[in-house]
Write a protein that binds this ligand. Structure first.
Ligand SMILES: [Zn+2]
Ligand SMILES: [Zn+2]
Length: 196
């Protein structure tokens, strides 16, 4: 028995989660379904949920759709974001210790134009085409090795430490040793914000 839903069910779930339906969502759904298919997982968000970790490479529409299919979320540490600006994701099966990276092909948009010249609206045109194009036409895939450190896995337990500069608590070994002190990454110079 498969835990995978019908494509239309995924579309409805993605639309609810993302706030609208768009070509990026269709592409993301297809990309994730292809990824879990290549791994041979038929219930990624159910019985297989503890074995799957997904790395996404863009923070756009497709990513929301990928989380709908895989069930991988930031809050469970099963979704990892690497900001490469690419519609691509790597699906890691912890049980089989293998991973496959799937990328959207640049040719997809042009192919959508070819398939549905009668649809003027680009988003609609792509939504239609991305539903029906075969996986191999939409995506490239490659088997890869992903080194996931124990402290990056879901369920990792380690004592929290406190930054000796700001006093804030730090989990998951994100602390930095600097001149004999234990600092958070912010105090060690990686701050993305400026205190006012
Ligand atoms: Zn969107
Ligand atoms: Zn600090």
């Amino acid at each position: 028995m498969t835990g995978l839903k019908s494509f239309d069910e995924y579309v409805a779930l993605a639309e609810a989660a993302h706030g609208h339906m768009c070509a990026g969502q269709i592409l993301g759904l297809r990309l994730a379904l292809y990824g879990v298919k290549l791994l041979g997982l038929d219930d990624p968000a159910g019985k297989d949920r503890k074995r799957l970790i997904t790395f996404v490479e863009i923070d756009r529409c497709a990513t929301d759709a990928i989380t709908v299919v895989t069930g991988c979320r930031m809050g469970t540490r099963a979704l990892k974001f690497r900001d490469f600006g690419k519609v691509a994701a790597t699906f890691c099966d912890l049980a089989e210790n293998r991973a496959v990276r799937v990328t959207a092909r640049e040719s997809s948009k042009a192919r959508a134009r070819e398939l549905h010249p009668e649809i003027g609206d680009k988003n609609q045109q792509q939504m239609f085409a991305y539903r029906e194009m075969p996986d191999e036409e939409l995506f490239d895939s490659q088997w890869v090795r992903v080194r996931i450190e124990p402290h990056d896995l879901p369920g990792f337990k380690a004592p929290r430490v406190v930054c000796e500069d700001c006093g804030e608590g730090i989990s998951f070994r994100r602390e930095v040793a600097r001149d004999g002190r234990t600092l958070c990454r912010g105090c060690a110079g990686e701050r993305y914000y400026e205190p006012l």
